[in-house]
Ligand binder design. Sequence first.
Ligand SMILES: Cc1ncc(COP(=O)(O)O)c(C=O)c1O
Length: 328
Amino acid sequence: MREAMFHAEVGDDVYGEDPTVNRLERLAAARLSKEAAVFVSSGTMGNLVAILAHAGRGDEVIVGDKSHTLVNEVGGAAGLGGVQLRPIRNDRRGLLDPGELKAAIRGEDLHYPRTALVCLENTHNRCNGAALSVEDMHPTTATAHDRGIPVHIDGARIFNAAVALGVAPSELVREADSVQFCLSKGLSAPIGSLIVGTGEFISRARKYRKMVGGGMRQVGVIAAAGLMALEEMVARLAEDHENAKQLALGLASIPGVTVDPAVVETNIIFFGTRDLPLAEFVARLKQQGVLVGPGRMVTHYGITASDITTVVEMVRALLASPQPAAPR
Ligand SMILES: Cc1ncc(COP(=O)(O)O)c(C=O)c1O
């Protein structure tokens, strides 16, 4: 990717003149069978720009209560767009109940905001990285569409979902009006996300991208890595999923770790520790060169099956004698 970045042909992307970005946007739209795409710096910016392009000030957007957009995107929709996020319950796999969704959609009333958008997330990060099929999502999309409300998918890891389910990514998003996906994370590019949708929607999104400072100039240097991510890094996501499964199974065999391998569908594992506080567990693994989150582990490019065995044995040894860490 560094090599591709070095050799990238560039131009001014604000004027649509960067050939590498243009190729990336065309490829992204084609992979998801949508009319057009726009390149943004991150998943957070992608979701924000999509929300701004769907909803205006005082509008309401329905999201899952465990969604990344609600929990981890700094309230950007409200802070920058004057858009109210209305959470409804995510089930164990990150789905929304159609009955609850129907009840949350606003009717015509002087006192109510307009329901402008419904958001789904796939894979669902906080719901164990669950990979949602188009059939899983259909009751939500149909309920929203019946009321004339568009659906946006936060597909930061949509390619993980497609690989896990063995379907084309375009199939997974065929009922969605817009999708954001990340070239970083499992696809291994250093930076970048794309928003896809209709040509008209993407033109509006492009304007909001400029508004939030996301219009970049010779950004082909980054898009070149993104092209490699899309062309070469998708199929190997299956390795990450297999490694995550093996890691979960290994951790489940260790007394003192709580984890349910059965719920691991992609590359995200949620776990707990019984006898050692999570912060201490994270710090002790970090001392040994293993980076994990407090309660969450993620597998990605560069982590091999033999690394998984090593980490499982490291955790086993650590929890067999959980003394406090040496001062750092
Ligand atoms: C589901 C989901 N959406 C959006 C994002 C935001 O992506 P970024 O970190 O590129 O802003 C993340 C990041 O982890 C995510 O998990």
